[in-house]
Design a protein around this ligand. Structure first.
Ligand code: FE2
Length: 193
């Protein structure tokens, strides 16, 4: 059985950008619902019982895939966040890789923000490294994840409306712009290894 992971920060740690109320809904209701749905599938299909979350994602489709991928994506998203830091930026190896592939950190943020804002409907926008270890910005629809691709996920923003509606209403661009103050670059850089 799968468990809802704890948030890696206090539930008011992302204020004033992402409120405790948003986290109550997003973590305790939405993320929990994906875990509960996935466990219902596991109960009904013993072949899923001993698989890791990644293996379930790689070997399933439809409802099982969607719920397993959403469990994975949300856990990854929480790990990408930390308390507000006004002048928040990557360091060391990641920064030089970003400069190599996007020109500058500012150019990267502009391109990533545009991809997240224009990711139509519900989905996720990722910074990932491809098979040649170049960085790319990749948007996925609905629950889609990068686990069964050649990409290595480094950073993600959740652009489902439930991620920002309480704090930003329909203004996704404001949520995306504020997201940069919350990115946990240590986690992102750790994913390069
Ligand atoms: Fe979400």
């Amino acid at each position: 059985m799968f468990k809802l992971p704890e948030l890696p920060f206090d539930k008011n740690a992302l204020e004033p950008i992402i409120s405790a109320e948003t986290l109550d809904f997003h973590h305790w209701k939405h993320h929990q619902a994906y875990v509960t749905n996935l466990n219902n599938f596991v109960e009904a299909d013993s072949s899923l019982e001993w698989k890791s979350l990644e293996d379930v994602i790689k070997t399933s489709s439809w409802g099982v895939y969607n719920n397993a991928a959403q469990v994975y994506n949300h856990t990854f998203y929480w790990n990408c966040l930390r308390s507000v830091e006004e002048d928040n930026s990557p360091k060391w190896e990641l920064l030089s890789q970003i400069k190599k592939d996007f020109g500058s950190f500012e150019d990267f943020k502009t391109q990533f923000s545009a991809a997240a804002i224009w990711n139509f409907g519900s989905g996720w926008t990722w910074l990932a490294s491809n098979a040649s270890w170049d960085l790319e910005i990749v948007s996925t629809d609905d629950a889609w994840t990068l686990i069964w691709t050649d990409y290595t996920s480094l950073l993600v923003i959740d652009v489902w409306e439930h991620a920002y509606y309480i704090d930003f209403r329909n203004a996704r661009p404001n949520y995306v712009e504020s997201f940069w103050k919350l990115v946990n670059w240590d986690f992102v850089e750790g994913n390069m290894k």
